[in-house]
Design a protein around this ligand. Structure first.
Ligand code: COA
Length: 379
């Protein structure tokens, strides 16, 4: 920074810095409370559907029955991704990371949307609907393409959660699993200015279009310290292998100052309310499949981390074992996060466009000053 009076000293990782006003969601890290537009996440998880939450995040209120039907129908009639995008994905190497594929494919959706350009609410909303409808289609299609399977066409009679599982696995989920997955999408929908949402707002703040902002959000979500943690939780559980091996494994990891994936949070200093639900789902899937190992291992890690470090599981900890027992590939967990978080991203982008100000902070300059240029021949 050039003048000390203009700015305050940098906060590492912008912790505690308020960077935007938003009416979308709020995280109370001390008390472990998460709200979307004033509604407690537990209330929404108990009573709502993901589509209803999408309406809430975009409009700031719960929909009437007719409004919900209209939005659901708008989303469902946009489930189908452009054939050119699916064909493009067929050219990608089979070992491409699903998040890299998602980033590239979502970016290319832009070419085929004639109505979704522009940052006014009418046009931006059209892009938000298409993105929310097609991000699941693309994610599921990639898992099938890379495994040499036929892409399953979306089923417009199904909601977003149900339809995603159908396109991914090629068969309809039972009602129990579909509802569990629907709640998982509700839980992941928004989380205030997390890294990917902040990224989307920075991009939208330049008045770049929604496809650009969401593409950047996907890139940010992919990182292992953000959405990539859920995949790494499952990799960790598989590596540890058994409940008996946990204590020694965790001790060694802590000794070596390695982070335990799915534990800790930048804002929550108590139980993440989303983990409360996902813990239940992990147990439910353990009971349903008769495979208790992953749930029991997770419980033991949770207990050790609580006792030794006073830390709690975050949203990624129990979603890992839940999705694993649903038969979903490990590297698809982060795309699933995106299938949900698209609602929060687009909500924040709409909000940013609504009262935009270019986001342009300052850096605290800690480099040298008054350097004298030395010609290259003399260095
Ligand atoms: N396992 C072990 N120790 C952890 C830890 C974890 N998962 N998370 C934080 N810590 C420790 C750090 O090593 C550090 O210890 P130190 O003070 O002795 O150096 C201290 O807690 C603070 O860590 P820091 O990374 O600065 O905290 P943060 O608030 O910035 O971190 C996360 C938040 C989420 C990035 C961090 O907890 C983490 O990396 N968790 C694992 C990845 C994850 O699950 N991400 C998904 C988030 S939803």
């Amino acid at each position: 920074m050039s003048t000390a009076t203009e700015t305050t000293a940098a906060s590492e990782g912008l912790r505690g810095v308020v960077a935007a006003q938003s009416a979308i969601g709020d995280v109370n890290g001390e008390q472990g409370i998460l709200i979307y537009q004033g509604y407690d996440i537990h209330d929404l998880a108990e009573n709502s559907t993901f589509e209803e939450v999408v309406f809430l995040l975009w409009n700031g209120r719960l929909p009437s029955k007719v409004e919900l039907e209209t939005l659901s129908s708008d989303i469902r009639s946009n489930y189908e991704a452009p054939a050119q995008v699916i064909d493009l994905m067929k050219q990608f190497p089979a070992d491409a990371d699903p998040m890299d594929v998602l980033r590239t494919a979502v970016s290319s959706l832009d070419f085929y949307d004639k109505e979704g350009h522009g940052t006014d609410r009418e046009h931006a909303m059209k892009a938000a609907i298409k993105l929310t409808a097609q991000i699941g289609t693309i994610s599921a299609a990639w898992d099938r393409i890379r495994n040499g399977k036929d892409v399953v066409a979306p089923d417009k009679s199904l909601g977003i959660a149900d339809n995603f599982l159908y396109m991914l696995r090629g068969e309809k989920a039972d009602a129990d699993e579909a509802r569990m997955f629907d709640i998982a999408l509700i839980l992941h929908a928004d989380h205030e200015l997390n890294a990917s949402t902040f990224t989307t707002r920075v991009v939208a703040g330049t008045l770049a279009d929604m496809y650009g902002a969401v593409t950047a959000g996907i890139a940010a979500l992919a990182g292992p310290l953000h959405g990539g943690a859920n995949t790494n939780v499952m990799k960790m559980l598989i590596e540890i292998g058994s409940v008996e091996a946990i204590d020694a494994w965790v001790d060694k990891a802590l000794e070596e100052k390695r982070k335990i994936m799915g534990i800790g949070h930048a804002v929550y200093k108590t139980e993440d309310p989303r983990a409360t639900w996902l813990r239940k789902f992990s147990k439910k899937m353990a009971d349903k499949t008769g495979v208790a190992k992953w749930y029991e291992m997770s419980r033991r890690i949770e207990q050790i981390m609580h006792d030794k470090k006073g830390m709690f599981p975050n949203v990624d900890f129990y979603s890992a074992s839940t999705y694993y027992l649903m038969g979903i590939a490990l590297d698809m967990y982060t795309p699933i996060f995106a299938v949900s978080r698209i609602s929060g991203w687009t909500g924040h982008i709409l909000e940013q466009y609504g009262h935009n100000k270019l986001i342009r902070p300052r850096a605290e300059y800690i480099g040298a000053r008054d350097q004298k240029y030395v010609p290259i021949a003399e260095r």
